[in-house]
Design a protein around this ligand. Structure first.
Ligand code: UD1
Length: 419
């Protein structure tokens, strides 16, 4: 899926002004997949215009749904008998395709979903997803690159304990258990705001779920779910990206629609770097008046520091005053992007899952390449504080997560173009 599109950034601007936050990518894709649980028309609002939403629409269309986009609203008309196969050509483009697994097994008793494989941030297993569905009574195996799961006589509630609070596994188990017979408990469940949003979406469809946002989720199965209308929560990673952009460029950005409560730890860290953060009527304002102080960060499942903001914190530390240690605990290959950042003059050494960073006064523009969505955004932030011009290749990665990023940056005073 390579493309020749690139961002061109001339560094030096202090970002100043107002931006709005769109709906969360990591939530909306899961909501769309979960719409399969009820026949009829489900409406999702606050949908971001990003490439991944198009891919999920294609996948649902192939499963027999009619998907209509109207601005930031998407309606999904789900047939009485949807298809059961998610093909490799779509799954490989977007890992969230795996989220159709739970709904299909629960609703029609069978699913064949291509294995997504690894990606540039590390291997991403499916063992918890499969084991979870098996515990609910499905028969699952892997054949010819597909997960094949069957439960012709329906699923039965059970107690499940996850070895790691995997977001994807919690989602697939929860979206299967809502239609199982009896009670399911998920212990060591993920607590991410996106997962809570999915749970609330399911509740609005008629599901019985307790404990969202805690490590123990209890689901009492119901016989049938109904289509619903639901607004996607604001994107906390985009919010965080703007907050880091303000801090790094000594800027002042008001982020409308941001939910500070979803970002407590990143905002605390930014405050300790010297940022002045205030909540506004409908969001937050982040201002920075002097060079950031280096901050030590370890990524962890929510409410820990999000792995998706790792490139931003490394970019900030690379121009901060002082030395910092950044530890990645979720994905083993996320540091790949450090090689690109080093091309801009960042002083970083990586040892296993630790990055040790010596802040430099200024980075220096150079051609670099985005390796994934968040790495791309982190490189753009670094380019904003680099002397001269930086080009960031493989711009399509950034389009997967940030609607109109270049336009929004320009509206804040940055010199960014797309070519
Ligand atoms: C992850 C992030 C999520 C982020 C999303 C998009 C965490 C905990 N999860 O969710 O915040 O928004 O990427 O970038 O931060 N694993 C297994 N077996 C499984 C499932 C997972 O070994 O069956 C491992 C993965 O290899 C990985 C870790 O668990 O090391 C986290 O996986 P998981 O939370 O499932 O990933 P995503 O759902 O993609």
């Amino acid at each position: 899926m390579a493309s020749l599109d690139r961002f061109r950034v001339v560094g030096g601007a202090r970002l100043h002004g107002e931006v709005g936050v769109t709906g969360a990518k990591n939530s909306v894709l899961k909501l769309m997949a979960a719409s399969l649980l009820a026949s009829g028309t489900t409406t999702i609002t606050n949908v971001p215009e990003i490439a991944d939403v198009e891919i999920m629409s294609d996948l649902l269309t192939r499963l027999g749904c009619t998907v209509v986009h109207n601005g930031s609203t998407v309606t999904i008309d789900v047939p009485a008998q949807p298809g059961h196969r998610a093909d490799y050509d779509l799954v490989r483009k977007m890992r969230a395709s795996i989220n159709v697994l739970g709904p299909l097994v629960a609703r029609i008793g069978q699913a064949e979903v291509a294995l997504p494989g690894g990606d540039a941030i590390g291997s991403r297993g499916l063992d918890f997803h499969i084991k979870g569905l098996e515990t609910l009574g499905a028969k699952a195996h892997i054949e010819h690159g597909y997960v094949i799961a069957e439960a012709p006589h329906g699923l039965v509630g059970a107690a499940i304990e996850l070895d790691f609070p995997s977001v994807g596994a919690t989602e697939n188990i929860m979206t299967a258990a809502v239609l199982a017979t009896g009670v399911t408990t998920i212990d060591n469940a993920a607590r991410e705001p996106d997962l809570v949003d999915l749970g609330e979406f399911l509740i609005s469809m008629g599901a019985n779920i307790q404990g969202l946002g805690t490590p123990l989720i209890t689901i009492t199965g119901v016989a049938q779910l109904n289509p619903t209308t639901h607004a996607t929560i604001p994107d906390r990673i985009i919010t965080g990206t703007w907050a880091f952009a303000a801090a790094m460029t000594l800027g002042d950005i008001t982020i409308h629609g941001a939910r500070a409560k979803d970002l407590e730890l990143p905002l605390e860290k930014l405050a300790s770097a010297g940022a002045i953060i205030t909540t506004t009527a409908d969001g937050i304002r982040v201002r920075m008046d002097s060079r950031p102080q280096a901050i030590d960060v370890s990524t962890l499942p929510y409410p820990g520091f999000p792995t998706d903001l790792l490139p931003m914190v490394i970019a900030l530390n690379s121009i901060a005053d002082g030395h910092s240690l950044v530890t990645e605990n979720v994905f083993e290959s996320r540091f790949m992007f450090v090689n690109e950042l080093s091309r801009l003059g960042a002083q970083i050494s990586v040892d296993g899952h630790h990055a040790s960073i010596d802040g430099v006064a200024e980075l220096s523009g150079a051609p670099v390449e985005a390796t994934d969505i968040r790495a791309g955004a982190g490189l753009i932030l670094a380019a904003l504080v680099s002397d001269g011009e930086t080009t960031i290749d493989q711009a399509f990665h950034v389009d997967r997560g940030y609607p109109n990023f270049a336009e929004q940056l320009c509206s804040l005073g940055a010199k960014v173009s797309r070519e």
